[in-house]
Design a protein around this ligand. Sequence first.
Ligand code: UN1
Length: 494
Amino acid sequence: MAKTFKNFIDGQWKSSRSGETFSNLNPADNRIVLGKFQQSNAKDVNEAVQAADKAQKLWRNTTAPKRGEILYRVAELLVKNKESLAQDMTREMGKVLAETRGDVQEAIDMAYYSAGEGRRMLGETVPSELNDKFCMSVRMPVGVVAAITPWNFPMAIPSWKLFPALITGNTVVIKPASDTPLSCLNLVKIFEQAGLPPGVLNLVTGSGTGTGMPLVDHPSIDLVSFTGSTETGSIVASHCAKKMRQYSLEMGGKNAIIVMDDANLNLAVEGVIWGAYGTTGQRCTACSRVIVHHKVMKKFTRLLLQRTKALRLGDGLLATSDVGPLVNEDQQQKVLSYCKIGVEEGAKLLTGGNIAKGKGRSHGNFFQPTIFADVAPKMRIAQEEIFGPVLAIISCRNLERAIAIVNDSQFGLSSSIYTQDVNRAFKAIETLDTGITYINSSTIGAEIQLPFGGTKGTGNGHREAGTAALEVFTEWKSVYIDYSGKLQKAQIED
Ligand code: UN1
């Protein structure tokens, strides 16, 4: 019998008023049910938001360094439990253990980084127009935050939202993706263990329509922080806009690596393999296009094909697996349909293109690492986010053309160039229209102390992580202190 997990509301573990649950399956073997989770409805959401609203007063009045102390304890508990958290994550999400350890590590890094912010959280002091007057600005919490998180980074992405939101004095209701509720619940449990007061952080599990939307629409929510598909993000945005509510969105990517004729080709191949097939291609930063200088196309393609064919597919818990399954069957069907589209569009399928079966894989959502060559920049497989292990190779004549191809996208998250020429590298940094650019390194692997996010359809101008996160989770208050003891008027001509 699979264990039943509950919602966390006002410091209590509670069943949904719906009386219904949903199953969390292991994508490496869909017969394995990891647990039953609450199918929450609007009533549960209301209770969770009310708890967060009530806890606002206490939490915003807890000094930031004290809030930081709790976050340090969370960090330490995450360190202590890292291995079991990673194992749970591989079981529910599928990516290989080395990567789920990395996912937990991002949460650890974020916890330490944010806890330290409790003693920093810089505001500004600036000169006044007048004598005997002092001007400064301080950061205040926004209020009650709704966090809606995806399944590809089941702990890291919740942590990008929770730690900055909490250190700045907000209270939160989080709804994780229904494919990966366990990792988020494990994180919430650690906050409870670390002594976070009741109501400051609440968890409701369930579907996007039944749980997510009532949360977005709840009148007491002040800010929605969402990571997920562009389609859902735009629905979230329109609901928030109607209610004059703040929102921060992280959405799709169609990230590219440029390989120039002077590149270290072995290094570039390793970068492309890691970017295209890490997390089975299910990162918003995944490399799904590689733009190769025509002079090195033949050699690069040969090396890449060799490395791709050597990748071992299997259960992410096994040390012999390089690439795990896709998260669910719908994802598997979606990736398959894109492979059919690629063939119909006239791209040349070099390897993969199909569901992967065979020993240890017949009950999981495995997919063959896939490469399309001779891809034209306007083809759908070069324009739309596939979110699977599918790579499109595009040829280019020179750097200018390569940059134009990268920028010809509705998205602008991550980009990369392999070159030994410093001039080309700087040209790329300046002209690639993405929020993140890597030089001689893959499109993935962002560190939490820098802003994370993208231009164009990837987001709405906000960034997560780094000090940029403070901009999302705080409001400015400007303060004027006049100690002259008389009425002074600013901006009046003498
Ligand atoms: C994502 O894919 O949604 O840079 C986040 C990276 C990771 C985070 C990716 N640190 O690939």
